[in-house]
Design a binder for this molecule. Structure first.
Ligand code: ADP
Length: 366
């Protein structure tokens, strides 16, 4: 009888609750026990009442609620072996032999580190007299499965992450609201959107709202005179009769020297070109609110697959990450996806933007 623990970690994203609900209920219906681990890795390191057995009714109402009801945290102690030793102890004391983590690449890396250290952690716990040899034998293997919860859609090897589409909806609604006032006053707005080092939210928002210009990290403006060229483009749109101007700046937007492109700088350029310009930073409204039906479905289907992956796992299979590609749920080695994600950051740091774009999304970059 498997005992499956679930935690949400890193930045919250809408749909994480739906994932937890699916995992708990499918686990129960497959004859397993389900445990919620509260506050991400904090709960795993601290144990006690931060790890709680969940029944069917404990996740009632979870589908429609944004964020994560079991909490999330950034946990410094889990980055240290000592913290992971406590985590291993708490898992064993609760009888948990499988861990499903819903989070970003950092969280998934952490889970894989725990699994790879597992035999050594057991040895240390025996040495310290905290667990018995019988317990170590019974919990010889830890199964780890990853789900990607992130509004940024910044994970390689999967087309879309849990929460990104809801966040995009929020951004589009906000830009629509801004558009009505921009149109009334014939103004320009420079809008900063989230996404960390990924331009997906900014790019999709630009397409969805018909923005005039967008800056994303994967494709910085390469011309030496991009400022004038941008202003020229915006002027052309105005000359065609457009009464407003929308420029979207991803929070990770950079120029070809890797220097950040700041909304205030764009505002200055636009103002100098005679446009009455305002800056709006959308901020945390982008993370919040009800998950859209896509994220509820995605999280549910992936949650089901995560439990199935736990039940299929053998000691030799690498920890899998549940993704989606071309509308099919995928299950591939977690560290391969993390490594590809790391390569994107590396390509950007080396100013190889073409490669970054290819790694992000080969089809889009064409
Ligand atoms: P995200 O999961 O959204 O990428 P973070 O990178 O902040 O967010 O990671 C969330 C948590 O995962 C961290 O606070 C830490 O507890 C754990 N974590 C991240 N990277 C590692 C790592 N290399 N080793 C161990 N734990 C890690």
């Amino acid at each position: 009888r498997k005992r499956i623990g679930v935690l949400t970690s890193g930045g919250d994203s809408p749909g994480m609750n739906a994932a937890v609900r699916a995992i708990v209920r499918v686990a129960i219906s497959r004859g397993c026990d389900a445990y919620a681990i509260f506050e991400g890795y904090e709960g795993l390191v601290n144990g006690g009442d931060m790890i709680k057995k969940f029944g069917w009714a404990d996740v009632r109402g979870y589908l429609a609620i944004g964020g994560t009801l079991i909490g999330t945290a950034r946990c410094a102690s889990f980055r240290e072996r000592k913290g992971r030793l406590s985590a291993a102890y708490n898992l064993i004391k609760n009888g948990i032999d499988a861990l499903i983590v819903c989070g970003g690449d950092g969280s998934l890396t952490g889970a894989d580190v725990l699994r790879s250290e597992w035999p050594g952690l057991l040895e240390d716990l025996i040495k310290e007299g905290r667990i018995t040899i019988e317990e170590a034998t019974r919990f010889k293997h830890l199964t780890v499965v990853g789900l990607v919860g992130s509004i940024d859609n910044d994970m390689s090897s999967t087309d879309i992450t849990i929460g990104a589409v809801t966040s995009l909806h929020r951004i589009c609604e906000a830009i629509d609201s801004i558009s009505s006032t921009a149109l009334s006053h014939s103004r320009a707005f420079v809008i900063e959107v989230m996404g960390r080092h990924c331009g997906w939210l900014a790019l999709m928002a630009a397409v969805s709202t018909g923005a005039d210009f967008v800056f994303i990290p994967e494709r910085p403006p390469i011309s030496d005179d991009w400022e004038s060229e941008m202003c020229e483009t915006l002027k052309k749109h105005r000359d065609l009769g457009k009464r407003m101007t929308i420029v979207i700046v991803a929070e990770g937007a950079i120029d070809k020297n890797l220097d950040p492109i700041r909304p205030e700088y764009i505002k200055k350029l636009l103002t100098d070109h005679g446009l009455d310009t305002r800056v709006t930073t959308l901020g945390h409204t982008q993370r919040g609110g009800k998950p859209c039906s896509f994220d509820r479905n995605l999280a549910t289907i992936q949650g089901v697959e995560a439990v199935q992956a736990v039940l299929r796992a053998t000691p030799d299979t690498p920890s899998p990450m549940i993704g989606i590609r071309e509308n099919k749920i995928t299950c591939e080695p977690l560290m391969k996806a993390v490594e590809l994600t790391r390569q994107v950051a590396e390509a950007i740091a080396q100013k190889d933007f073409r490669r970054a774009m290819d790694l992000r999304d080969p089809e889009f970059s064409e």
